[in-house]
Write a protein that binds this ligand. Structure first.
Ligand code: ACO
Ligand code: HSE
Length: 406
């Protein structure tokens, strides 16, 4: 990789006990994870202040002299700061290496890309598994509930620290897209362009319902222990795995599950007439659940799902979504996928209608894909082309030199 990466030196590991250890190290304030410690407390929507805020982040590429080439990439529900560098917990490539890297649409030879673990997360930013300075114990449920706006306000503190006044672009999918919209609403003067993908301006009743199933699965696990499992040296893995299995179905489409597995059996000729994973799709979901618990903290799962549930940008603006963007000079590019039933295209259209009503500069594409909601994490040629074109045009309008021709 030719771009400069402020990389922590935690050794890459395959998932397993060592992965859990790597995640604990990420959460240790003395670990080599790249981290910013805020001097001032963060005022939260819950009405309290969070002192000693830590934000773990990665950067890719170099800032130009005017620090005008910065792109903030916001991760989805269980993502992290490793957008384009090896993930030290899973040992896998960064979650957006389809789009971020040298010569890629979010070109790290041209742009200074910043990605931070969200507030409430478990990869080094303050969250429920972090130590509560008041008690010396993990926060657990003493961590105040956080919102998408709190996450964005925390990121704004990081940008102040990095000396970035205005972002060329803020981009992200799903919960990352919610942060994009919140950035545009809260800090319009700091956002030149915005790329919200596969997202909505509010979480639907159905989506809140799915999240509640996941949270109940975590909290029903006897090892959850009222959220104090870390002090007891246990982890509610079974509950979290079930939560992820249910959620994972919502990230895919009926067609993609059919294409991958159909009704095929897993390593057997006949059904067992029992409750083993007879079907490939069952085995696959079990694998998704088991690998997830190696990399994610159960209490963090409660907090980040809650943040999405509370997101309702119109409600914060007298019930009128257009009010969130009134007078905005930000250029928007809204993207949805045809097979996304978690954030269907109608959610994106509602954003586009509001942006048009507010007089904002907006383009919109619905990408034909059978991969479901998580299509934004996969190789989608149309998403690649749209991102490249939108960013190149925004960069030139922002006064940056044109991209070098290949
Ligand atoms: C935006 C962010 O911030 S990133 C968020 C955090 N990251 C994620 O959520 C990524 C995890 N999500 C996924 O993997 C989603 O499935 C997708 C849709 C994005 C990935 O899709 P694909 O690349 O097509 O991978 P796919 O869904 O086929 O899963 C592959 C995995 O399933 C396993 N698998 C496939 N078939 C089976 C089976 N029959 N039995 C057991 N396991 C199986 C593979 O071995 C592979 O395992 P690995 O990931 O441990 O290597
Ligand atoms: N797979 C995504 C979910 C929503 O895109 C994540 O876990 O963050």
């Amino acid at each position: 990789m030719t771009s400069s990466v402020q990389q922590d030196n935690t050794p890459p590991n395959a998932a397993g006990p060592s992965a859990a250890q790597a995640r604990r190290e990420a959460d240790d304030p003395h670990s080599p994870v790249v981290r910013f410690g805020a001097r001032n407390p963060l005022k939260l929507d819950a009405g309290v202040e969070l002192a000693h805020l830590q934000i773990a982040y990665q950067t890719y590429g170099e800032p130009n002299a005017a620090r005008s080439n910065a792109i903030l990439v916001c991760h989805a529900l269980t993502g992290d700061q490793h957008a384009a560098s090896l993930n030290p917990v899973t040992g896998k490539p960064g979650w957006w290496e389809t789009l971020v890297g040298p010569g890629k649409p979010i070109d790290t030879e041209r742009f200074y890309v910043i990605c931070a673990n969200v507030l409430g997360g478990c990869m080094g930013t303050t969250g429920p598994s972090s130590t509560n300075p008041a008690t010396g114990q993990p926060y657990g449920l003493d961590m105040p509930v956080v919102t998408i706006r709190d996450m964005v306000n925390a990121q704004a503190m990081l940008l102040d620290h990095l000396g970035i006044d205005k972002l060329l672009c803020v981009a992200g999918g799903s919960m990352g897209g919610m942060q994009v919209l919140q950035w545009a609403a809260s800090y319009p003067e700091r956002v030149f362009s915005a790329l919200p993908i596969a997202t909505g301006a509010r979480h639907s009743a159905q989506n809140i319902a799915f999240h509640e199933v996941g949270r109940q699965a975590v909290m029903a696990d006897p090892d959850w222990r009222g959220g104090r499992y870390l002090a007891d040296g246990v982890t509610p893995h079974r509950g979290l795995a079930v939560a992820r299995m249910a959620a994972h179905i919502t990230y895919m489409s009926d067609q993609s599950l059919h294409n991958k597995f159909g009704r095929r059996l897993q390593n057997r000729e006949m059904p067992t007439f029992g409750f083993d994973a007879d079907f490939q799709v069952e085995s696959y979901l079990r694998h998704q659940g088991e690998s997830f618990v190696q990399r994610f903290d159960p209490n963090s799962y409660l907090y980040v799902t809650r943040a999405m549930d509370y997101f309702d940008l119109a409600a914060d603006h007298d019930g009128v979504l257009a009010n969130a963007f009134r007078g905005s000079k930000t250029r928007f590019c809204v993207v949805s996928f045809t097979s996304d039933w978690l954030f269907p295209t109608e959610d994106s259209r509602a954003i586009v209608h509001a942006l048009n009503a507010s007089g904002a500069n907006v383009s919109f594409t619905e990408i034909d894909s059978d991969k479901g909601h998580d299509a934004f994490l996969l190789h989608e040629p149309e998403l690649t082309a749209i991102t490249r074109g939108f960013l190149d045009s925004a960069a030139r309008a922002f006064g940056l030199p044109a991209a070098r021709q290949a």
